[in-house]
Design a protein around this ligand. Structure first.
Ligand code: FES
Length: 89
């Protein structure tokens, strides 16, 4: 696998946001400067944003490490990644 086809770890904890209903583009590549959302930085990689429908206003814990098994939501997979520190949560 080439470097450009691996997700970048954008962060080592979830990004908690109060979301309004709507369709959102979650960044899968980790290269976006607008985490947790897509800014088009996946261009030239094999990644595409994940379209997510939020039906009601709620608090969402978006994954920023891009290693979750339940995308786009944090499943605490970030705790297994190098550099993780519980102090940051
Ligand atoms: S930020 Fe928690 S699993 Fe990715």
């Amino acid at each position: 696998m080439e470097e450009k086809d691996k997700p970048v770890i954008a962060g080592l904890r979830s990004i908690k946001l109060e979301m309004e209903p709507g369709i959102y583009e979650w960044c899968t590549c980790g290269r976006s400067a607008e985490q947790p959302f897509c800014d088009g930085s996946h261009e030239g990689t094999s990644f595409e944003p994940l379209y997510v429908k939020i039906s009601e206003k709620k608090l969402v814990k978006w994954c920023s490490c891009k290693h979750t098994k339940t995308p786009p939501f944090c499943d605490h997979a970030h705790r297994e990644l190098p550099g993780y520190s519980p102090k940051e949560e």
